[in-house]
Design a protein around this ligand. Sequence first.
Ligand code: GDP
Ligand code: IMO
Ligand code: MG
Length: 445
Amino acid sequence: MTVTIVGSQLGDEGKGALVDLWGGDADVVARYQGGDNAGHTVVEDGTEYKLSLVPSGAVRGKIGVLGNGCVVNPRTLFSEIDTLRERGLDPDVRVARRAHVIMPYHRRLDGIEEEAKADSDMTVGTTGRGIGPTYEDKVGRRGIRVGDLLDPEVLRQRLEYVVPQKRAVIENVYDLEAGEECDVEALFEEFVEVGERLRAENMTVRCGDFLAERHDDGENLMFEGAQGTLIDIDHGSYPYVTSSNPTAGGASTGTGVGPTVVGRGEVVGIVKAYLSRVGEGPMPTELKDDDREEELADVIREKGGEFGTVTGRPRRIGWLDMPMLRHAARVSGFTGIAVNHLDVLAGLDEVKVGHSYQLDGEELLTMPATTERWAECEPTLREFEPWPEVDWADVAAEGYEAIPENGRAYLDYLTEEMGVPVYAVGVGPDRAETVELVNPFENDG
Ligand code: GDP
Ligand code: IMO
Ligand code: MG
């Protein structure tokens, strides 16, 4: 069967932790979109791994696949694999031949475009990894695919077509100097070598066939979404989004496994018990209106370690946003949710949730389609009884009933409003600090 893991909010919901928890029962863990803009954390017995491109199943020794929907920077992929090997893991990563390659000029252009927007409210605050420009080239039919790196003739032809365009944009549109990133010969040399390593390590696959065959053999597939619903290119807060589909539909288009197969499996939304956002864009429930709210945001940020995994930027903090979660549950068709960071809210004087929005005198239970209208939404807050700080390791060992009563009331509210059961509750970063109610791989009805 398949289990698809999707971020319900703005990324960094703790997807890596759940991929790791349930990845124990998976045979293959496949990423279906995004690239090294992701930063997924797995903590196993106190040892922390931050994974950017290598699927999080690597900590469990599972085969990892980077699907055709991913954008792959071979430099970061190889350096991540090498670092994990030095740390004693043995990541077995396969890359779809249909996946697109992040080239050095994509990274350069990502930076240039953000810089050009710097004085406007159009800045996205990207991770600078070249994600947007690579997807642009994919859709513009001028991208370079992983399979192209295996064929020097094709690679040269592609480079000779595309690189002069990039040079012209850098020099003539932005009036900057192009460098090594636009040198066809240097690129050819580097990326032929990349192709050789991919071949030598037997790393490239026909992703759809590879996964379908395993599925037909009865193996368990896990699809590891990166980013989150509100930064989805179609369903997010455009233009403050990433350039791919983190929502569940992406699991099919981004791997070549049919939507009926994905849909017969489980789709689990990962929910952070509050909100964090790194980068620009609206956030109606953001804690920033006065000193008191800012102090509260500081407390949550410090306690939750809310600093970007990839860029180190402090994350913006807000209360849980229920219209956002209703939207996420519908877009991806969640069959269950996992709620993380319940421990981080413990011991606060107040816990609130944006239950609905007020917009033009009307109550909205879900999100408007334009970001401008979303920014005008005033959340109607609902207050919850706070829950105390407890020994969360004990709670994790004892199970759901050991979660303080008010914390359970909060979880009940989430279940009711989203219309799906809670499969797991995160009460700390470690694999052992998760209260599991349902293992989706054992929920094969
Ligand atoms: P991802 O991108 O969705 O995988 O999430 P990140 O790894 O970027 O950010 C989540 C952070 O919270 C990481 O540092 C995790 O180790 C940590 N984390 C995950 N679940 C929990 C939880 O339930 N409680 C606490 N306190 N931390 C958690
Ligand atoms: P994980 O998988 C949180 C944000 C960036 C920026 C926007 C576009 O760890 O949850 P991009 O570099 O993708 O073009 O940036 O998306 N962003 C993320 N925010 N978690 C992520 O990944 C993110 N990946 C991208 O901060 O606002
Ligand atoms: Mg992250």
